[in-house]
Design a protein around this ligand. Structure first.
Ligand SMILES: C[S@@+](CC[C@H](N)C(=O)[O-])C[C@H]1O[C@@H](n2cnc3c(N)ncnc32)[C@H](O)[C@@H]1O
Length: 266
């Protein structure tokens, strides 16, 4: 109950700060176009959206239980496991339709070739990232084997062949993936919503970032410590512009942008 109230309080504070509807008050042409033509362009529909949402619908109907590792509370070595319904995992862990579609639009616009997703779950977000272009390479990381098995089936149903899943704890799999690739064009941070770990993953990914990289963080207001992590990320010298959409935060590194943090009413 207290957790819910604090979340509500954070949401109300966000709502009081949020502005820039229809690009109002934004002077940078790049950010203005990004906001009006990509973020707010919610009427555009693609056939892939229908396919992915149909898959979500089927997962939400499944009463089957699987044994999942709990990375949130477990210690580094001995993660506890618990039985959970597929429908519940889909409901509580998968990317929402609204933000999945936004990920798709961003990838469609900026055409990143190498994409990393930290936290696969059943692959709803991954599918939105991968459906844009079969030539893109999507690396996605997940620690729970039972979850990976379902994600793999989902990618088969959606005929997605450009996804590379790495199994294991992020502290191991992130450095492994980064060894395999030269640059990170796009990173979606969506697992282990704790301050220390989020900042660790951010700092290590920064080493492979470039001027046109885009990093997106999920649940930046989920807890006080995630808000602290988001503050630290915004402060980083390499980060030029940050956009706070409450449920996600987006950062750009482009050198021609003036350092600025926007809170967007989305
Ligand atoms: C929020 S879900 C990802 C949702 C997914 N990105 C989507 O868009 O549908 C986070 C996933 O990260 C996994 N995870 C969390 N902490 C982890 C860790 N330290 N190592 C490996 N996997 C982890 C969880 O098992 C969970 O499936």
């Amino acid at each position: 109950m207290i957790k819910k109230l604090s979340f509500l309080k954070r949401y109300l504070i966000f709502k009081l700060k949020a502005k820039h509807k229809n690009g109002h008050g934004i002077h940078s042409p790049f950010i203005y176009n990004f906001l009006t033509e990509i973020i707010e362009n919610e009427n555009e529909n693609f056939y892939s959206f229908f396919e992915i949402e149909k898959l979500r619908f089927d997962l939400l109907k499944s009463k089957k239980k699987i044994k999942v590792k709990d990375f949130g509370a477990g210690s580094k070595k001995n993660f506890s496991s618990k039985w959970r319904k597929i429908s519940d995992i889909t409901k509580y862990s998968s990317q929402s339709s609204r933000f999945g579609k936004l990920l798709f639009r961003i990838v469609n616009e900026f055409k990143p070739k190498t994409i990393l997703e930290i936290g696969t779950s059943f692959g709803i977000g991954t599918s939105y990232l991968a459906k844009v272009n079969s030539k893109n390479k999507i690396f996605t990381l997940e620690g729970c084997e039972e979850i990976i098995n379902i994600a793999k089936k989902n990618f088969e149903i959606l005929k997605l062949k450009n996804i590379y899943i790495k199994k294991g704890v992020f502290s191991k799999t992130i450095p492994e993936v980064l060894k395999e690739i030269k640059f990170l064009d796009f990173v979606f941070f969506d697992g282990n919503h704790r301050k220390k770990q989020t900042l660790e993953y951010f700092n290590i990914c920064l080493k492979k970032s470039h001027e046109k990289s885009i990093f997106i963080f999920d649940d930046i207001h989920w807890s006080k410590e995630m808000e602290e992590a988001w503050e630290k990320i915004k402060e980083n010298k390499k980060v030029k512009v940050s956009l706070d959409l409450f449920f996600i935060g987006i950062i750009f590194f482009r050198k021609n942008l003036q350092k600025q943090n926007y809170v967007i009413n989305f």
